[in-house]
Design a protein around this ligand. Structure first.
Ligand code: NDP
Length: 390
């Protein structure tokens, strides 16, 4: 029986993970499930799957969680320290699916304990890629990618030598606004940005898909995980979202990964790796699909992609600055404080300002320095947004 822990269990990736685990309950012992504000879901899943422990990230919700778990054997805990303690409990497989920079510390702790970490939380690699990879190597732990593009690349690379790779192409659906005229984007509403044409995901990543910040994070994630040079990574728009990524080799061969737009494929691949097992995902009918489209992204429409190149060029803690400024700008867009296009403007302003202090960006990457620049970037982003609304 495999011991499994799921961070971010109440979210979109977390729920898809639990769906797969619940289909073979005798194969898994659930060590810990963690969530944020959705106590009802967290408690219900912890009871249903017989988890040892349920943790909410919010201290003020501990009494609610205890009440929801009354009469069960599931232990309740709350707060960021409790998340780290959950990560320290021995597990064979840990899903990292907290959204945002908050996912980094629990993932690091799981790696320190030698866990196999299924990594959906792309922010971990963006903010602290070298640290994460070095921690895994030092502790004999393994990181398996769960982002659909990175799972696709990982699968295309099976049995291949990374030195034979010429380029990696990740696909982008183009998000909610891919067919909108450019001048309409400034007035895009939260509801409009929260609908993805192909994927059913959490709200934040859905909005990030519309702005292409999600793809920007994924480009950086590709560099950090596969250790490939930035100019070997390409992005191509592919509205059908059926080809998830392609790997180009030095002999000109291009290996593409195709599959339904269902995250249970990438999650299931990471769950069963190195085996392949039956998964409840739709099979593609290529004759019915008939045509696939690809086109180059318009740089004017997607400034986030240019910013990702800038981040990779700067290196060091630039990813942590980029991600924190992006998260803060996204918070502000969600509450209606800034417009859709303002997000990229704010992020660029913060990145430029903080990069001019080379001592800051070039500091050694540790959990402390990431937390420090993360905090500074959020403050800077708030200042930049205040200046824009005055
Ligand atoms: P959701 O918003 O659906 O879920 C996020 C999870 O994190 C929830 O369990 C939430 O708890 C919890 N959470 C939120 N804030 C905190 C915090 N500060 N501390 C601890 N836990 C917190 O996100 P997704 O499932 O969509 O995405 C999760 C991660 O996976 C992201 O990094 C995303 O980029 C990545 N990813 C997602 C994909 C998808 O298809 N959804 C595809 C590829 C990658 P609660 O809801 O209870 O408040």
């Amino acid at each position: 029986m495999r011991r499994v822990t799921v961070f971010g269990a109440t979210g979109s990736i977390g729920q898809n993970t639990l769906d797969l685990i619940a289909r073979a309950p005798s194969d898994y012992h659930v060590v810990a499930l963690t969530g944020g504000r959705n106590i009802t879901q967290l408690a219900a899943d912890a009871r249903r799957l017989g988890a040892e422990l349920a943790v909410t990230a919010h201290d003020d919700l501990l009494d609610d969680l205890r009440a929801a778990l009354q009469g069960s054997d599931v232990q309740a805990a709350a707060g960021t320290t409790a998340l780290i303690e959950a990560a320290a409990r021995p597990a064979d497989w840990t899903m990292s699916a907290i959204v945002g920079a908050a996912g980094l510390a629990p993932g690091m702790e799981a790696l320190r304990h030698g866990a196999t970490l299924a990594l959906a939380n792309k922010e971990s690699l963006v903010t602290a890629g070298p640290l994460l990879m070095a921690t895994a190597a030092r502790h004999g732990a393994r990181i398996l990618p769960v982002d659909s593009e990175h799972s696709a690349i990982f699968q295309a690379l099976a049995g291949e030598d990374i030195a034979a790779v010429e380029r990696i192409i990740i696909t982008a659906s183009g998000g909610a606004f891919r067919d909108w005229p450019l001048d309409r984007l400034a007035r895009a509403t939260l509801a409009e940005a929260s609908c993805h044409p192909n994927w059913d995901m959490g709200q934040r990543i859905t909005i990030d898909s519309a702005s292409m910040f999600n793809k920007a994070l994924e480009v950086i994630e590709t560099k950090e995980y596969f250790g490939i040079a930035p100019d070997q990574i390409e992005v191509i728009l592919h509205p059908e979202s059926l080809v998830h990524a392609l790997v180009g080799f030095r002999d000109g061969a291009l290996m593409a990964h195709l599959g339904a737009s269902d995250m249970r494929h990438a999650i299931g691949y990471a769950l069963h790796w190195p085996e392949r097992r039956d998964l409840p995902v739709a099979r593609l009918d290529l004759a019915a699909i008939a045509t696939l489209h690809f086109h180059a992204p318009d740089p004017a429409r997607y400034p986030a992609l240019r910013l990702a190149r800038d981040v990779m060029h700067r290196g060091g803690l630039a990813g942590a600055v980029f991600n924190a400024a992006k998260e803060r700008a996204l918070d502000a867009f969600i509450v209606g404080r800034i417009g859709f296009l303002d997000m990229a403007v704010v992020v660029e302003e913060v990145l430029t300002a903080m990069s001019s202090d080379s001592g800051l960006i070039d500091a050694e990457i540790s959990l402390d320095t990431v937390a420090h620049v993360d905090h500074l970037a959020r403050v800077r982003a708030d200042e930049a947004m205040l200046a824009r609304t005055l």
